[in-house]
Ligand binder design. Structure first.
Ligand code: AP5
Length: 216
């Protein structure tokens, strides 16, 4: 089963596309951002430690996120894993390679979603999600059919993230260019990288990703 990484800056559409793959291909989404937010909401010690770091838009430590992924990988995934927001540093990428090898798995493809910074600001500041099922919406490009009601689960608990503001986004983008973008060269050198146009319509992006998966 294919294991893929969705690589791209904040707002590139990683979560949106990962959720489609979960529905359409029964893959398992491993979003370190979602796991950290869950830890924060459930009030664990680790959740409390990362809360301010995340709100500022900085990366949490490699040790924390590698630990989260190691735990999930050991549980296995029938349809393959989608790594969403992980790895984000060279150290995390090396750790993922080792964890996959140890469990007899490999990485099928790394899909880089290319989006320019101006589009990211509009996407991030207009985003909200369903607090019940995690469905992702946008004020302009993807509003729910009925205002305030989730299309997917009928829930009414729409939420906006604490780091979805222009100031935190500036830091998130700086972190991406400084620490995460070197992964583009890292995976290109391994022959695993495919880049897709993340500025295209959601369905078009989904079809580009499907083509990569069909060849994986
Ligand atoms: P994380 O939760 O991973 O956030 P992120 O990488 O900043 O990515 P986003 O979730 O903001 O964006 P996305 O690409 O998923 O876009 P989406 O599909 O929602 O990380 C948050 C924080 O946690 C980090 O800052 C860090 O502190 C910490 N963290 C997490 N992982 C870590 C790690 N590995 N190491 C260290 N720290 C870590 O789309 C955005 C909006 O655009 C939506 O409204 C959507 O509807 C819209 N949209 C999507 N696609 C399209 C399209 N094609 N056209 C038009 N609109 C679109």
């Amino acid at each position: 089963m294919p294991n893929i990484i969705l690589l791209g800056p904040p707002g590139a559409g990683k979560g949106t596309q990962a959720k489609r793959l979960v529905d359409e291909r029964a893959m398992v989404q491993l979003s370190t951002g979602d796991m950290l937010r869950e830890a924060k909401t459930s009030g664990t010690e680790m959740g409390k430690r990362v809360s301010d770091v995340m709100a500022r838009g900085e990366l949490v430590t490699d040790e924390i996120v590698i630990g989260l992924i190691a735990e999930k990988l050991s549980q296995g995934a029938g349809g393959g894993f989608i790594f969403d927001g992980f790895p984000r540093t060279l150290k995390q990428a090396d750790a993922l390679g080792k964890l996959l090898a140890t469990s007899g798995q490999n990485l099928s493809a790394v899909i880089e979603m290319q989006v320019d910074d101006a589009a990211l600001v509009a996407r991030i500041t207009g985003r909200f999600t369903c607090g019940t099922c995690g469905e992702v919406y946008h004020d302009q490009t993807r509003p729910p059919k009925v205002d305030g009601t989730c299309d997917a689960c009928g829930g009414h608990d729409m939420k906006r993230r604490a780091d979805d503001n222009e100031s935190a986004l500036k830091t998130r983008l700086m972190e991406y260019y400084k620490k995460t973008s070197p992964l583009i060269g890292y995976y290109y050198a391994k022959g695993q990288l495919t880049s897709v146009d993340g500025l295209a319509e959601m369905d078009v992006v989904a079809s580009s990703i499907s083509k990569v998966l069909d060849k994986a």
